[in-house]
Design a protein around this ligand. Structure first.
Ligand code: F6P
Length: 463
């Protein structure tokens, strides 16, 4: 078996705060003597063409620096102001600047040039996410014949949204240069298939544009997961308990409704707070009895649409406070700060309701982690958006349309009134699904699927 090479925009950092993906791949990387490749996080005037190789807590990491302009065009521009909103069906929030695509392409070429000298012929390469869609093309153009897989962590867009993306035809051709493309949900594979089966190629100058040939690329749903058993242990660890005790003291006997999300417009945070407002307005018996905590660490805050989401959320939270707060009772707490996994695990376990209502989401691992952290004898209730990939594997959550704040308010009422036996029955099924879809098996399934060499790409070089 060849080495495993993982490529992503960000590489895992030092310390115990590593995400589930890094934890899951660390062991495989060690067993297969592989390495992780990506951006160093540094912006420089003139980047070295070669990667710098370091050891981060036993993991071999190869990194390159980028120029400020390239990073802005590649990350802030094409990736997060065009691909992110379009893939999340928010074309109204996309900003299009033509030159960003060149920067996106340039960074992918730079990644390929720095990665190629590090590769051995039988290495298996696993590329992650929308920042790096062109990487297989760039590597193959330099002569790489390795097996290359790609995993999309965010939703795949419907054909109409895809057609709105500048250079979508090139992006789809880039996807066709992978041996395997993994997606989060069946919904995403269906959207991809709809595009692949009904392509309507066009070009401004009327030149003939060929359909993309996907016959050598497998596209398969591999829903990602977390490590729910680790979250169960973490939720009762001393570090978690410390946070729980502090919050319990402020809550007194109030029941906790909890949301944890990056501060991103795709997470539906203003709609969520509005639903909570409707619950308080419709059902006065809950006033003074409940408290909503929204943890929302800032994200991509150099982008205007993210600043606007933050402002909107400030306004909605302020309105709810002004409308319902009393000198001795606050309906909600809103913290724009990140917390470590032990604290979050403790909060998940303390919560009576986990409110996970993105407007659209690839998977949503908060749903997995919330389930993992529950007390099996007295579990909280998960309210989950129908438009998160997680809805496909957690049908026993209370599924809601997050745009319909009346429906979410009603789900909140149901969750708070739900009898213990129903909570246990729902949670038992949810936990079984979270365990079945754990992140270690996810990585194994993807890599097993990628393992057999299906195509010889030596004759598919672009000219
Ligand atoms: O969900 C997609 C994703 O790119 C994750 O891989 C990442 O953890 C998260 O969004 C945060 O994104 P960024 O790297 O832009 O801060």
């Amino acid at each position: 078996m060849g080495r495993l090479v993982v490529v992503s925009n960000r590489t895992p950092g030092k310390g115990p705060a590593a995400g589930g993906l890094a934890v899951a791949l660390r062991q495989t990387l060690a067993e297969r003597e592989g390495f992780w490749f990506g951006w160093s996080g540094k912006l420089v005037d003139i980047p070295e063409p070669h990667a710098q190789i370091t050891d981060i807590d036993g993991l071999t990491v190869a990194q390159i620096d980028l120029t400020r302009d390239d990073h802005q065009a590649y990350y802030g521009g094409y990736s997060n102001s065009i691909l992110w909103p379009s893939f999340h069906l928010r074309l109204d929030l996309a900003t299009i600047e033509a030159h960003w695509y060149e920067g996106y392409r340039r960074v992918n070429t730079q990644f390929a040039r720095a990665l190629l000298p590090l590769l051995k012929p039988d290495d298996v390469i696993w590329v992650h996410d929308y920042h790096l869609i062109p990487l297989a093309t760039e590597l193959r153009n330099l002569g790489a014949r390795n097996r290359i897989g790609f995993y999309l962590h965010i939703p795949f867009p419907t054909p109409d949204a895809l057609y709105a993306i500048p250079h979508h035809q090139e992006l789809m051709r880039d996807l066709s240069r992978y041996d395997l493309v993994g997606m989060q949900a069946n919904r995403d594979v269906a959207a991809f298939t709809e595009f692949a089966d009904h392509q309507t190629p066009s070009s401004l100058d009327g030149a003939r544009v060929h359909s993309v040939d996907f016959s050598r690329t497998e596209v398969v749903a591999f829903p990602i997961g977390s490590d729910p058993d680790a979250f169960a242990r973490l939720a009762v660890s001393p570090a978690a308990t410390k946070m729980v005790r502090r919050v319990e003291r402020t809550l007194a006997d109030q029941r906790l409704i909890l949301g944890v999300d990056r501060l991103d417009y795709s997470k539906g945070l203003p709609q969520r707070v509005e639903a909570y407002e409707k619950l308080l307005a419709n059902d006065s018996r809950f006033r003074r009895q409940i408290h909503m905590l929204q943890v929302a660490p800032p994200s991509r805050d150099a982008i205007k649409e993210y600043q606007e989401t933050s402002d909107t959320l400030d306004a909605v939270c302020g309105r709810v406070m002004g409308r319902f707060a009393e000198p001795d009772w606050q309906p909600l707490t809103y913290v724009k700060r990140a917390y470590g996994q032990p604290s979050l695990a403790g909060l998940y376990r303390l919560a009576s309701v986990g409110l996970v209502t993105p407007l659209r989401d690839g998977m949503n691992l908060v749903a997995h982690e919330f389930i993992g952290a529950q007390d099996p004898t007295d579990p909280g209730v998960l309210i989950l958006s129908r438009f998160a990939g997680a809805a496909e594997i957690f049908p026993d959550a209370l599924l809601v349309n997050p745009f319909d704040t009346d429906e979410t308010a009603e789900a909140l009422r149901m969750a708070l009134d739900m009898p213990l036996d129903e909570r246990i029955a729902r949670w038992t099924t949810l936990m079984a699904s979270a365990q079945k879809h754990n992140v270690t098996d996810w990585a194994k399934h993807f890599l097993d699927h990628l393992a057999p060499a299906k195509v010889d790409h030596s004759s598919t070089r672009d000219v």
